[in-house]
Design a protein. Structure first.
Length: 469
């Protein structure tokens, strides 16, 4: 009987080890001493592609399954171009770029196959008045078919264009004179769904003295370029932070955010969903004091709310609900002073602190399903927090939040495994420190249901990190 019990225990233990096993592979160091930008593109069968840019050249390098370089190809780009986005699919990848010509910004899309051979180079749009275009001004649909790009002039008026990456055609272009809307104070977000429909969202009257008229204004632009305005009321509450997403399965716009009575503290979550033509469903979910204290570690007697939290991600549920992930961010800026030569130019310094997270699952009716605190503490300085935060690795059964335990070389890599029922498990998936890596999880990519690829930069050397479940 005892032998049988021991045997059963060993079988269960072995199954558990197999289920939780991860294989971590780290490449040899890659010289990036001349690079000004790099990023992983996509894995095509057994070949991983990485985009590399110096001040004068553009190239794609390929790596095999052992993360060994197998070929490198220079891309024939003019030095004057300005890349703004790289869009990858399982068949090809496209570099969105622009250049100036006679005072205009000419935006183009150059498509390549998995061997980095150019397939096409098509015009996306032309913007007047020589604008500077930032990556956040290019928005992609989830199916990577449609791309919406916009610019804003000094007065706050917008130029927008919708482009079909698959057919390589401009769908429409619009100039919006925002007479009653203030882009610089009220602009919230721009989304484009898989049908090519655009949602331009403004946060109106989000100040204490106008809170009774607080609402979100949504300009809906259909695929033909026709615009219509809709309102999502949020009366009597102020939004502290919010993200919008489009639910393709249930054909609705969803918002998840933090609300409060002022701009300094958040008192809870809010959830909204709407099909625009019908009244929105909106619900606020107050945080209990115990939950707020677990998030912040605050011990003082009076707790007005939580602060410095941002909504990092919205993950849609199939029923129309949403999983909201928030994280606490601090940034402390200061200038160093030379005590012996006080007239010398002072160096700007910045400390970053990325603290605890919360994960909350919300039903389609706006009621809370569950919410949990996830503990972590990441501190760094003068690095733009590039190694902090987390990567959300999604599978059919759970979400894995991958992150660095500490922001230092050879740190452990941890994960929080979150199920749909709200069960949480924390694992150390990399305990050894022999590789000396510090993964940039926010720049990583998920290539399939069981593999993550990221990068680790130290000085002039880069390593590729692969985690396989």
């Amino acid at each position: 009987m005892l032998i049988k019990q021991i045997f059963c225990f060993l079988v269960v233990s072995l199954v558990t080890l197999v289920v939780n096993a991860q294989d971590i592979k780290v490449s040899e160091a890659i010289d990036i001493s001349r690079e000004v930008d790099y990023r992983l593109i996509e894995q095509y069968k057994d070949t991983l592609l990485m985009y590399r840019r110096t001040r004068t050249t553009y190239a794609v390098e390929a790596f095999d399954t052992s993360l060994t370089s197998v070929w490198k190809k220079e891309l024939d780009f003019d030095r004057q171009i300005r890349p703004i986005m790289l869009v990858s699919t399982k068949k090809d990848f496209t570099i969105i770029y622009y250049y100036y010509q006679k005072g205009n910004a000419i935006v183009r899309a150059r498509k390549f196959n998995s061997r980095a051979n150019m397939i096409s180079d098509a015009e996306v749009t032309v913007f007047s008045n020589r604008p500077t275009i930032r990556p956040y001004q290019v928005v992609l649909s989830d199916n990577k078919k449609y791309l919406n790009i916009y610019t804003v002039n000094f007065e706050g008026d917008m130029q927008l264009a919708l482009y079909n990456i698959h057919t390589e055609d401009q769908v429409w272009k619009k100039n919006l004179a925002l007479i009653e809307d203030n882009y610089y104070k009220e602009y919230q977000e721009l989304l484009v769904n898989n049908k090519g429909e655009t949602f331009l969202i403004f946060d109106k009257n989000n100040i204490r003295r106008k809170r009774e008229n607080h609402h979100y204004l949504v300009y809906f632009i259909n695929k033909s370029g026709q615009k219509q305005a809709y309102t999502i009321p949020f009366n009597d509450y102020l939004s502290y932070d919010v993200k919008f997403t489009y639910d393709e399965l249930n054909n609705q716009l969803i918002a998840g955010g933090l609300y409060g009575e002022n701009s300094y503290h958040a008192q809870g979550l809010f959830y909204a969903r709407t099909r625009l033509k019908k009244p929105a469903i909106l619900n606020v979910i107050p945080f209990e004091e115990e939950f707020m204290r677990s998030l912040t570690g605050e011990k003082r007697k009076k707790l007005e709310g939580v602060h410095n939290f941002v909504i990092q991600e919205l993950i849609l549920r199939r029923d129309g609900g949403v999983i909201v992930i928030g994280e606490q961010h601090f940034k402390y800026e200061y200038q160093s002073v030379n005590m012996f030569f006080p007239d010398d130019v002072q160096n700007q310094q910045a400390d970053y602190l990325y603290e605890n997270m919360f994960v909350a699952s919300v039903h389609p009716n706006g009621e809370i399903h569950w919410k949990k605190t996830l503990f972590k503490s990441q501190s760094s300085e003068n690095d733009n927090a590039k190694n902090s935060s987390f990567f959300s690795f999604k599978t059919k059964s759970n979400i894995r939040l991958l992150y660095n335990d500490k922001i230092r070389w050879g740190t452990g890599i941890y994960e929080y495994i979150i199920t749909g029922k709200g069960d949480i498990e924390r694992n150390n998936i990399r305990k050894d420190t022999k590789h000396g890596v510090l993964t940039e999880f926010m720049k990583g990519i998920q290539v399939n249901g069981n593999q993550f690829l990221g990068t680790s930069e130290r000085g002039t050397k880069l390593k590729i990190v692969r985690i396989t479940y």
